[in-house]
Design a protein around this ligand. Sequence first.
Ligand code: GZL
Length: 330
Amino acid sequence: MLNKNAAKKIISAFLSLMTIAVMTAGCQKSNEEQNNEELLIGFSQIGSESAWRIGNTKDIEEQAQNYGVDLMLENANQKQENQIAAIRRFIAYKVDVIAFSPIVEDGWDNVLTEAKDAGIPVILVDRDISTDKEDLTTCLIGADFYKEGVMAGEYLIRKADALGLDHVNIVEITGTENSTPMRQRQAGFADAIANDDRMTILESIDGDFLTSRGAECMRYLLETYGDDIDVVYSHNDEMTLGALPEIEKAGFAPGKDIIIISIDGGQEAIDVLKEGKINCVVECTPKLGKELMETAIKLKAGEQVDPLIHPIEQVFSDEMNPEDIAPRGY
Ligand code: GZL
C-alpha cells in the first residue's frame, strides 16, 4: 500500500507528463499544419461568354488539381460588380492569393487597395487593368493582344498582295469596349496597316465578344456598306461565327467574296477555316493555368515572380495546309 506522499508524487508526475504530452501534441499539430499548409487561390472569372473563356476556366481548374492547389473560382457572369464582390469575399476568407481576369481595365483601385492592405497578392490573368496606383498587382499572365492585332494586319497585307488588290475596305467587329484585348487588338491591327494606302477601315463596332452581337453587328454593317466590304476583322471567334451566316444570307461567300480574319483559335473556328469560310485565325491560348499555379506557389513561398508572362502564339490561315492544325482542345 503506497503512503500518501508517494501517491501524491506519482499523480503529480503523471499530470506533468500529461501537460507536456498535450503541449507537444499542440506544437506538433501546428508544426504539421505549417509543413503541409494548403495554398488557397481565390479566382474571379469573367463569365462563360466564349469557348475561349470556358477553355480558360477548365484549364485553371485542371491545373489547380495537378498542383494540389485549393481553388475558389467564382463566375461573374460578365459583370464587373460581381468580380469586385468576389474579390471582397476572397479578402474576408483570407485566401493566400487572389487572381482574376478583369472584364474591363478601369474601376479596380478601391478593391485592389483593400487586397493590398490585407496583404494578399493579386495576379492578373488574361486581361490587364489601368491604374495610377503602384503595386496593386504582382504580375500579368496573358496574351500579347497588341501582337495578335499586328499579326492579323500583317496577314491581311500578304493576302492583299496575293490577290493583287488595289483597295481594301475593312469593317471591324471589336471585343468588349475598354477591355485589354479590344484596345490592343484594335491598336495592333491599325498600326500594322497604317502605312498601306490600300487599306481603309470603314467602321469599327462593339460586338462584346458575343456570337449574338457579332450577328447584329454584321447585319448593320452589311446594310450600311453592302458589297463595299472586302474584309471583316473580328476580335474573337464567337463574333466571327455569329457574323458568317449573316454574310451568307446577304448573298456573299465568306472567305471568298469577303476576307474573314478572326482571333482565339478555338476548334469550331478552325473547322470553319478548313471549310474555307474563314481565311485567318490568330491564336490566343486560354491555357494559362500552369503559369498561374507556378506563380501563386512562388508568391506563397515569398519568392520573386516575373511581372509579365506572355504565352507563345501562332497564326492559322489559308497560307498553310489547315489539315496540319492539331486539335485545339477548346
Ligand atoms: C482573350 C480573352 C477574350 C477572348 C474572347 O484573352 O480575354 O475574352 O478573345 C473572350 O473570346 O471573351
